[in-house]
Design a protein around this ligand. Structure first.
Ligand code: DAH
Length: 355
C-alpha cells in the first residue's frame, strides 16, 4: 500500500500548487478514463479476493481524497479571483448617471396635439381619411369639376391605376375627409381631420408633403356667426392671445358659399413678425358655409341641414407660433433642428393655452 500513500502525498501536493488549468489537467491525468488512479483500479481484477478488497478500499479512498481536494482547490481559486475583481473594481454610486439620448417631439406632432386639444374642448370629434384618394372624393364631390382651375392650382400628384373607374390622386387637401364623413355619418356632425396632404411644390413655404387640418360642422341651424365664433376662439387659444385681432375677408372656394379667408393681426418690423401686435394682417386659413351642392353630393338634404367648414396648413401655424422660418426644414430630419425646435415629452406646453 505504500505506493498508494506515496501517490496520495504527491497528488495532494500537486493539487495545492495548481492553478485552474492545472487542476483540470490533473483531473484528466489521474481520474479520467485513462487516468492513473482509474488504471490502478482496473488492475485490481488480477488480485485475489482478500488483496483486492484491501487495495480496493485504499484506492477508493485515494480517489475520493483527490477528487475532493481538486474541488476544494477549484472553489478556493474561484473565490480568490472574485475577491481580486471586487477589490480592483470600485463602483462610485455618487457619480452622475451617463446622459441617455432623449427623443424630441416633432413640432408638427406637437401642433396637431394642440389643435386637437382645443377643438376637442369645443366638442369636435377626430376624423381620418386615406392619403390616396380618388379624384371624385378629392375634387368632384367638393364641387371642383375636371375643368375647374382649382385642379390646376393644386399641382396634383396623379397615381397610376384607378378605383371604381376613378383616377387615384395623393389628396391635395384634407377636404375629402368632409366628403367621407358626410357619406358615412348622419348629421349633426362636428369633426376635425388633421393629416398629410400632397402637392407638387417646393420652396421656403411649400413642401410636396405637408399637413392640414380640416373642420366640418353640420346641423340644422348653423350660420356664419357660429363659424366666426368658433375660429376666433380657436385662433386666440392656439396663439395664447386673448385679444388677437381676427379678420374675415370674402373669398372663393368651390366647396363653400359664401367663403372667407381669415387673417390675424401682426406687426412686420425690421424683418421680424410679431403676432397680435401692430397694424398688418397675415392670412391664416380658408373657410365658409358648406355649399349646398356639396351637401347634396354627399347625400345630405340641404333643405334641412347646413353648416360650415374650414381648412388650414399646420406647418404654417406651427411656423408662426414657434418662429420656424423655412417649411422645408420640417422634413429634412436634421437632428440639430429637431433638438432646437422639438419638444421634450415631459416639458410640453399646456395643450390648450400654448407656451
Ligand atoms: N381645402 C382648402 C385648401 O386646401 C382649404 C379650405 C378652405 C378648406 C375652405 C375648407 C374650406 O374646408 O371651407 O386650400
Amino acid at each position: 500500500m505504500q505506493d498508494v500513500d506515496a501517490l496520495r502525498n504527491a497528488l495532494l501536493a500537486q493539487v495545492e500548487a495548481a492553478d485552474l488549468d492545472g487542476l483540470e489537467r490533473l483531473r484528466v491525468s489521474e481520474l479520467g478514463k485513462k487516468g492513473r488512479i482509474t488504471l490502478l483500479m482496473r488492475d485490481l481484477a488480477g488480485l485475489d479476493a482478500q488483496a483486492r478488497r484491501e487495495r480496493g478500499s485504499h484506492l477508493n479512498r485515494l480517489k475520493e481524497q483527490v477528487a475532493s481536494a481538486l474541488e476544494a482547490r477549484r472553489a478556493a481559486l474561484a473565490d480568490a479571483a472574485l475577491d481580486a475583481r471586487l477589490a480592483g473594481e470600485s463602483i462610485d454610486v455618487t457619480l452622475p448617471v451617463r446622459p441617455e439620448p432623449q427623443g424630441r417631439i416633432h413640432p408638427i406632432s406637437q401642433t396637431i396635439d394642440e389643435v386637437v386639444a382645443i377643438f376637442g374642448e369645443m366638442g369636435f370629434a377626430l376624423a381620418e381619411g386615406p392619403d390616396i384618394e380618388d379624384d371624385w372624393t378629392n375634387f368632384g364631390a367638393l364641387n371642383i369639376p375636371p375643368e375647374h382651375p382649382a385642379r390646376q392650382e393644386m399641382d396634383t400628384f396623379y397615381l397610376p391605376g384607378e378605383r371604381d373607374g376613378r383616377r387615384l390622386v395623393l389628396r391635395t387637401h384634407t377636404s375629402p375627409v368632409q366628403v367621407r364623413t358626410m357619406r358615412s355619418q348622419r348629421p349633426p356632425i362636428r369633426i376635425i381631420a388633421p393629416g398629410r396632404t400632397y402637392r407638387s411644390d417646393y420652396d421656403a413655404t411649400h413642401s410636396p408633403m405637408f399637413h392640414q387640418v380640416e373642420g366640418l360642422v353640420i346641423d340644422r341651424v348653423i350660420d356664419m356667426g357660429h363659424l366666426k365664433g368658433c375660429l376666433i376662439a380657436f385662433l386666440r387659444a392656439y396663439f395664447a392671445l386673448d385679444d388677437l385681432p381676427v379678420r374675415f375677408r370674402p373669398s372663393y372656394f368651390p366647396f363653400t358659399e359664401p367663403s372667407a379667408e381669415v387673417d390675424i393681426g401682426c406687426a412686420r418690423e425690421g424683418g421680424t413678425l410679431r403676432i397680435g401686435a401692430g397694424r398688418d394682417w397675415l392670412e391664416i386659413l380658408g373657410c365658409g358655409m358648406v355649399n349646398p351642392v356639396v351637401l347634396e353630393n354627399c347625400g345630405i338634404d340641404p333643405g334641412q341641414w347646413q353648416g360650415f367648414a374650414f381648412g388650414m396648413g399646420l406647418e404654417r401655424i406651427a411656423m408662426l407660433k414657434y418662429g420656424i422660418p423655412d417649411l422645408r426644414t420640417f422634413f429634412e430630419s436634421d437632428l440639430r433642428w429637431l433638438r432646437h425646435y422639438g419638444f421634450a415629452a415631459l416639458e410640453q406646453p399646456s395643450l390648450v393655452t400654448g407656451l
